[in-house]
Design a protein. Structure first.
Length: 354
């Protein structure tokens, strides 16, 4: 594992590169360096926080060792317990950050993207499937927040009960591909739905697609190959939604792929977002076709994150989540659904061929 001094040296080198005036003409390189710097910032800040906690622990131990002021010693002993717990948590967080620092540096491939388009859709199960799709979005939203990623909803089709027929969002500003690529596929839930009155356990599904966002130079789309339709948004937005056609649907005629957006108040913004979604879908389709030509079949889910069969079961009555690709289960389903995905992601990363 890399030591903190090695990381600090890389950080200093990054600062020198970013101060180069010539970098302003190479936006793509500038963006890559900034993302790397932001990640190193987290490590250095966490290391400084840990150092301060260790200093406070040392000071409290000195007070306890004097045994002169009984009340002060008692306070110091009580604070030591809290500080020791903080120290343990910070050491783990710092260890995870450094571990990710190494994997980012050593294992990043051409396929890896720092920006992803993720699409969640209800599967079988009616309203319960839509609610489960909403639960998955909530889980990924909180996981993204924990990772310090930026999340932006591009399109959504909500239900009256709080679920989603479908929702598409972008995650960026971090090692999003190396972690989220394992989420592609069919997710199955087993639980008693909110709408179930007789207490029976139902099985429902939702699908997750993980699409790397194309770089500007990766795709060239002929405008003549597109059909663009405008319509009234069905979601919230007040009078602007009712009076104006602000929603956009774009169809790529050669492939039949469709992308839409209605989450923004203005037509141009929805059009831009629909193009982002469409480009990601076209790139994914091209990649799948290339894989099938080369391999004769798709890559496994662990290898490429592309298989659409059932990958994971969320069994609420048994408080258990099982990933069928690596045949491993975890408990504390409530905590995982609140964004604590690290144990599952780390197990999948270890099982993934390098």
């Amino acid at each position: 594992m890399a030591d903190i001094e090695t990381i600090k040296k890389e950080y200093e080198n990054l600062l020198q590169k970013l101060s180069d005036p010539g970098l302003s003409s190479n936006w793509e390189k500038f963006e890559t360096l900034i993302k790397r710097k932001n990640y190193l910032d987290k490590i250095i800040e966490k290391e400084q926080e840990l150092k301060e906690i260790k200093n406070r622990i040392g000071e409290n131990k000195l007070i306890v060792g004097t045994k002169e002021d009984i009340e002060l010693v008692s306070l110091a002993e009580a604070e030591l317990n809290t500080l020791s717990e903080k120290e343990k948590n910070l050491e783990k967080e710092l260890g995870d950050l450094i571990s990710n620092f190494e994997s980012q540096k050593e294992n990043k491939s051409e396929d890896e993207s720092s920006s992803l388009i993720i699409e969640i859709r209800e599967g079988t199960g009616g309203e319960e499937a839509a609610l489960f799709a909403g639960d998955l979005f909530n889980m990924y939203s909180k996981y993204a927040q924990n990772q310090g990623w930026q999340l932006n909803v591009l399109d959504s089709n909500p239900t009256t009960l709080g679920g989603f027929r479908g929702i598409i969002f972008e995650v960026k500003n971090g090692d999003v591909f190396s972690k989220m690529k394992y989420e592609a596929g069919v997710h199955r839930v087993q639980r008693i739905p909110k709408t179930e009155k007789s207490g029976r356990i139902h099985t429902s599904t939702a699908t997750v697609a993980v699409l790397p966002k194309p770089k500007k130079t990766q795709l060239k789309i002929n405008p003549n190959d597109l059909r663009i339709d405008y319509y009234h948004s069905s979601g919230p937005g007040g009078q602007n939604v009712n009076k104006r056609e602000t929603a956009v649907r774009i169809t790529h005629l050669p492939t039949g792929l469709v992308a839409s957006s209605q989450t923004q108040r203005h037509l141009l913004e929805n059009k831009e977002q629909a193009f982002v979604i469409l480009e990601a879908k076209i790139l994914q389709k091209q990649k799948q076709e290339e894989d099938e030509k080369i391999l004769g079949k798709r890559k496994s889910q662990i290898g490429g994150g592309e298989r659409s069969e059932k990958i994971r079961t969320y069994n609420f009555p048994q408080d258990r989540i099982t990933d069928h690709r690596i045949k491993k289960s975890w408990h504390n389903i409530a905590g995982i659904m609140e964004g604590n995905l690290n144990p599952i992601i780390e197990a999948l990363q270890k099982a993934s061929p390098r």
